[in-house]
Design a protein around this ligand. Structure first.
Ligand code: ADP
Ligand code: ZN
Ligand code: ZN
Length: 768
């Protein structure tokens, strides 16, 4: 576009942004992201950059004291004088424009007046978190002490010298029990200098004991050898059963990367598992380990981003968005628990999968990508077996047919520990025989035994939103969220805290009513088997057992994961009761018992991936048992023990599961064979979103008939129609083969949706 700005005032965005914030080659990644996920490039950049970086700078007004005559006030209108006085009263002589506007009526005119006289100027200030955090450092200049010093001052210099000639001012004040002014006096006498230094904001985590590389098992050694011999891009699926020591392989694969002066990127599903994993990495690699995830403050993320850009060899451990970590010399990417669906962003666009982006990155910079899991996603499983070979490629010296993908397996647990036997309990049978408790007799016995033997256990509860709803025993009324089509969940944090009801979708909170809003009966009771329900049940039946609840309620605050897990590790509790979070790679060697309270909630979800997700979750939970010296056992309670998934879980049989499931997928043309694109539409207007969905579907349909390239499913309401007062509809496009043959005209599709309806194109959707 032509512009009237002088050419030297125009700079190439790519140039500016790329040079200051992105490592070389990164631009290609963002372009690919934008194209693959049908997202404008700007949105792709936004998802990659640390948050808040693109937020607006704030405008500030500053006094120019040298220009202001002493009698300035008499020349000015009342508003201008007010602004002047306000600024003069400020310590720094400046304020944000926003602040001035709040304090002074009609400030715009007053400001214009002051600027015309040249008494103030306005400037832009970058967002606070992008300003460096500074700290004062005291450096020793002259070490011989002169006669002009008091004994106290001499002592300070001596301390400084002992500490290597430099200390933070605050530390020196603390150590010498002195005051900053005493030290400033030393500066005036030129014995020391005080300088501001930037300190990087980083999450400070408790120290960990050093750890040395372990002697590898033969399977670990074989896997490591293959990885070490890789040259450039490769996709490696490390299929290691739970407790087989995948992390040790990662650690030893990273060591030579750092030695070569390169960095490594380690992606993990959720923050819940990060403290344990980061600790293991920090124990091995110390300060070179940084974390990067959304629980960090904006300042911490910004500083870590800049730290990464330095190119010093380092290890970044982070969640989904860390796949964009701007490491200029990246030598290895690892995705741990690669099957986990939290690697996928559902909204906003780009709806990327960290595994997909990691693969592009690895290709672009020509480095290996390791995907680790005990229950690989079917996508990855099929990908590495594409070459037609079905056996594990365990011998690195053999000629490999497809040199770019490798399947490595760790089929045994460390020290040949057995996988825990899984006892499947039929809950229908329990009921028939008169047991109405949520715990089967088998699980009750096991808990009893746990208590007697002073061992530790885990109870897993599958909860998605509405499993602890409150209903009236007289009229059947269920208390629902006023904003969403879901029932409210019952919450009770402590004995003395009020009983609350909360919506898991929009976070609406209300007090637990005493009487039924419908029929006024006092018999309002909560149902289901959420973590709290289980906790209360345990209190009744096993008052002696000490319980820690580990779910999204008890882990809301920063550091709470770590606290709860270390309390459990220190045996301050006998049982860890939790949800999905327990499935993510926790290594708690002292756990002997795992109870799955009800598996059924997982098996019946109305989407094609229900079985895969159920198999993965149940296998992972079961895998928490018996990871230490004591053997473990698993009790799995279900109403459908004959279900194929339950059978595969009981037998720890990934192959049986994947073969059956892949057959299903192939027959129905679902991923990893066919491909999917989901159009998500939402609006506060129920009718408008439905009409738009119909309109869009009608537009997409003709081309379906013409070239038979894709199939349309829907439009249909989303599984929960209304969330946070927005009505949601969706249209699923199903493409037959690996590629997308003929795509709809997205700009046309977008133009059909009016301003009030938001439309997201979710490529390779995972969560429906
Ligand atoms: P995974 O991630 O495969 O479930 P982990 O990496 O958590 O397994 O390893 C399970 C346990 O075995 C951990 O406590 C780990 O420290 C230990 N471990 C791993 N490799 C070895 C080894 N070669 N020798 C001894 N212990 C090991
Ligand atoms: Zn009622
Ligand atoms: Zn709600």
């Amino acid at each position: 576009l032509p512009s009237d700005l002088a050419s030297d005032k125009i700079r190439d965005v790519e140039d500016v942004v790329a040079k200051s914030f992105f490592p070389p080659g990164y631009w290609n990644l963002l372009n690919r992201l934008s194209q693959y996920y049908y997202t404008p490039l700007m949105q792709a950049i936004k998802v990659a950059l640390p948050p808040g970086l693109l937020s607006r700078s704030s405008r500030r007004i500053r006094l120019k004291p040298e220009a202001i005559p002493p009698d300035a006030g008499i020349f000015l209108s009342p508003t201008a004088r007010q602004i002047l006085e306000l600024l003069q009263a400020s310590k720094t002589g400046d304020y944000t424009w926003q602040h001035i506007n709040r304090q002074v009526r009609g400030a715009t005119r007053g400001l214009r007046e002051l600027r015309r006289r040249g008494w103030v100027e306005s400037y832009l200030e970058a967002p606070r978190h992008t300003q460096p955090k500074l700290k004062q450092a005291v450096t020793l200049v002259v070490s011989e002490t002169g006669l002009d010093l008091t004994p106290r001052q001499q002592e300070i210099l001596a301390v400084l010298q002992r500490q290597g000639g430099e200390l933070w001012l605050s530390e020196l004040v603390e150590t010498c029990k002195t005051t900053p002014s005493t030290i400033k006096a030393l500066e005036q006498k030129s014995y020391v200098v005080i300088q501001e230094r930037e300190v990087l904001r980083k999450l400070s985590e408790p120290a960990v004991a050093d750890d040395r590389p372990k002697a590898l098992t033969p399977a670990q050694a074989a896997a490591l050898e293959t990885i070490n011999n890789l040259n450039g891009f490769a996709e490696v699926l490390l299929h290691g059963i739970t407790g087989s020591g995948k992390t040790e392989v990662y650690l030893q694969a990273i060591a030579p990367i750092l030695e070569r002066g390169l960095s490594a990127l380690v992606l993990v599903p959720e923050i819940g598992l990060t403290p344990q994993l980061t600790d293991r990495f920090r124990a091995r690699f110390g300060e070179r380990v940084c974390v990067y995830h959304s629980a960090l403050s904006e300042g911490e993320r910004y500083d870590t981003w800049r730290q990464m850009l330095t190119g010093e060899p380092q290890i970044i451990i982070g969640t989904r968005s860390a796949v964009f970590a701007p490491l200029p010399k990246l030598g290895l990417i690892i995705l741990d628990e690669e099957h986990d669906s939290s690697f996928k962003q559902d909204s906003p666009a780009p709806t990327y999968h960290a595994r997909t982006v990691a693969l592009w990155r690895a290709e672009l910079i020509d480095c290996p990508l390791i995907l680790g899991s005990a229950t690989p996603s079917l996508e990855s499983w099929v990908e590495v077996h594409k070459a037609g070979e079905r056996e594990a490629i365990q011998n690195p010296k053999s000629k490999i047919q497809n040199p770019k993908s490798y399947y490595l397996s760790l089929p045994e647990r460390i020290q040949s520990r057995p996988l825990p036997p899984v006892e499947v309990v039929d809950m229908r049978q329990e009921l028939r025989e008169g047991n109405r408790s949520i715990f089967s007799r088998s699980l009750q016995d096991a808990l009893q035994q746990l208590q007697e033997e002073r061992k530790q256990g885990i109870l897993f509860i599958h909860r998605r939103g509405h499993s602890t709803f409150v209903s009236c025993r007289s009229c059947g009324y269920v208390i629902e969220c006023p904003n969403c089509d879901v029932s409210l969940a019952y919450h009770h944090t402590e004995d003395r805290a009020p009983e609350l009801l909360r919506c898991h979708y929009c976070n609406f909170i209300t007090a637990h009513p005493r009487h039924c809003p419908e029929c006024s009966s006092p018999y309002l009771k909560f149902f289901g088997s959420g973590t709290q329900r289980v906790e209360e049940e345990l209190k009744k039946q096993f008052p002696q057992l000490r319980v820690i609840r580990f779910d999204s309620d008890t882990t809301r605050t920063k550091g709470s994961h770590r606290t709860l897990l270390s309390r459990f590790a220190n045996r301050e509790a006998d049982l860890l009761v939790g949800t999905q979070m327990l499935t993510k790679g926790l290594d708690l060697p002292q756990v002997t018992l795992v109870g799955i309270v009800a598996a059924d909630g997982l098996l019946y979800f109305a989407d094609y991936r229900a079985s895969e997700r159920a198999f993965q979750t149940l296998t992972q939970v079961a895998g928490r048992a018996g990871r230490g010296d004591d053997p473990g056992r698993v009790i799995l309670q279900t109403y459908t023990p004959e279900h194929a998934v339950i059978r595969s879980v009981r037998l720890h049989d990934y192959n049986a599961f994947s073969q059956a499931e892949l057959l299903q997928r192939a027959t129905n043309n679902y991923p990893p064979y066919g491909r999917l694109i989901l159009l998500r539409l939402s609006s506060i207007d129920a009718a408008e979103v439905e009409e738009t969905a119909e309109l869009v579907a009608a537009e997409l349909r003709p081309s379906e008939e013409r070239n038979n390239s894709y199939e349309i499913l829907g439009p249909a309401p989303a599984s929960i129609l209304r969330v946070a007062n927005r009505y949601r509809w969706q249209i699923l496009l199903k493409f037959p083969s690996g590629t997308l043959p003929e795509l709809p005209d997205w700009s046309l599709v977008r133009s059909l949706s009016p301003a009030g309806v938001s439309l997201t194109i979710d490529v390779d959707p995972l969560n429906f």
